[in-house]
Design a protein around this ligand. Structure first.
Ligand code: PLP
Length: 404
């Protein structure tokens, strides 16, 4: 008789967004025709920019000719894209990252989920609380978490770093030393950003303790303030302690196209073994490369025209963020984030639990957000709204909240 990977049985409940979808569907079934506005899931709404669409069309046409056809490409990504990434995301910012330290993939979710595979099961993992659930769940599936402890409100073996109003939603160095440290800035879900000196402290800590930082920079394009690093490699010493993941989803609307990349510097060496070589082996074994046409679209993101167009899209979303932040503050809510991130993190009124506030918003004003407790115990009493809607929906959503 076969057996299953029993670690999966330790996973908690259904994935957050499935639970939200379930409740919204149930509401719509009971209230047919209800005009529900969704500011919940972090999916973008603006169409792909024209310069990127043009590059896609050209690449599609190439594939239909004998000369232009591309079959299996390099698993790590085409040089045209890796060069553009290395130059514009790193070298022009003063970070020493070479194109062959970049692994192109079909998105950051897969990479942040898969990266733990090259680390031993005995590693102690630290995550922020609240946290993007993928970091936790993939370690649970691997068997690195231990069981869920209801008293702790988390998994036995995971080290949780509470991010609360008291510490401005920035994690503090944990009492127990972790081996793997997940950091995400600008942060999903709190919208918090980290200043360079604060991130430098984490880099120094990781180097001193022999830890690795897994740095998720999926929202880097939303940074608007000076002195907020766009990459962990802006910090001194990060090449010996950090792996960084990026996505094309939120800066260029690739949530449906799928493209991302992970940076593994060649200086990352564990007892004589190169992490770059390990990941290269893993990537080449399990992955056959992002589609050629999508990588050409990715290349267009770095063209002068593409850059100008996606900057406008980010500005569009950040105008929504400003409206939500200021509108909620005027309505008396305590609001955070929304300055360097497309997420607004608000304190629920009257000490409502996150899910009670979710149900209240859905039933009373037909607005969907994301309950903070779905991101971890310290998210209880908070609620996430996203700036990814249209201006019209955002304005309507604010009117409804104010009415409430
Ligand atoms: N990392 C974080 C922190 C995210 O919030 C998301 C998506 O919401 C992702 C990664 C996923 O990015 P991708 O669409 O590239 O898989």
């Amino acid at each position: 008789m076969y057996t299953i990977n029993e670690n999966y049985l330790n996973l908690q409940g259904s994935y957050l967004f499935s639970e939200i979808a379930k409740r919204v569907e149930a509401y719509k079934e009971a209230n047919p025709g209800a005009d529900v506005i969704r500011l919940g899931i972090g999916d973008v709404t603006q169409p792909i920019a024209p310069a990127i669409i043009r590059a896609l069309h050209t690449a599609v046409d190439e594939m239909g000719s004998a000369e232009g056809f591309h079959g299996y490409g390099p698993e790590q990504g085409y040089a045209f894209l890796r060069n553009a990434i290395a130059q514009q995301d790193y070298q022009e910012r003063g970070c020493k990252i070479d194109p062959d330290e970049i692994f192109v993939s079909d998105g950051a979710k897969c990479d942040v989920g898969n990266i733990q595979e090259i680390f031993g099961l005995d590693n102690r993992v630290a995550v922020c609380d609240p946290v993007y659930p993928v970091y936790v769940d993939t370690n649970v599936m691997a068997g690195r978490s231990g069981r869920f402890d209801p008293k702790k409100g988390g998994f036995e073996r995971l080290i949780y770093m509470p991010c609360t109003q008291e510490n401005d939603f920035l994690p503090e160095l944990p009492a127990q030393t972790p081996d793997l440290i997940y950091l995400c800035f600008p942060n999903n879900p709190t919208g918090a950003a980290i200043h360079k000196d604060a991130l430098q402290k984490w880099v120094d800590y990781a180097n001193q303790n022999g830890s690795i930082i897994l740095y998720d920079a999926a929202y880097e394009a939303y940074i608007s303030q000076e002195d907020i690093p766009h990459s962990i490699y802006e910090c001194e010493g990060a090449r010996t302690c950090a792996i960084e993941m990026h996505s094309f989803s939120k800066n260029a609307g690739f949530t449906g196209l799928r493209l991302g990349y992970t940076v593994i510097p060649k200086d990352l060496v564990c007892n004589g073994t190169s992490l770059h070589a390990l990941w290269n082996r893993r990537h080449g074994t399990r992955y056959n490369g992002a589609p050629y046409i999508v990588q050409r679209a990715g290349e267009a993101v770095y063209s002068a025209e593409g850059k100008a167009q996606i900057r406008q899209q980010v500005a569009y979303y950040m105008e929504n963020a400003r409206m939500i932040r200021e509108g909620l503050a005027r309505a008396g809510f305590a609001v955070y984030g929304g300055v360097n991130a497309p997420y607004i993190w608000l304190k629920t009124p009257k000490n409502l639990t996150s899910w009670d506030f979710f149900d209240l918003l859905l039933k009373e004003v037909q607005l969907v957000g994301t309950p903070g407790s779905g991101f971890g115990a310290s998210g209880e009493g908070f609620f996430r709204l996203t700036a990814f809607g249209t201006h019209e929906n955002t304005i309507e959503a604010l009117k409804r909240i104010q009415r409430l």
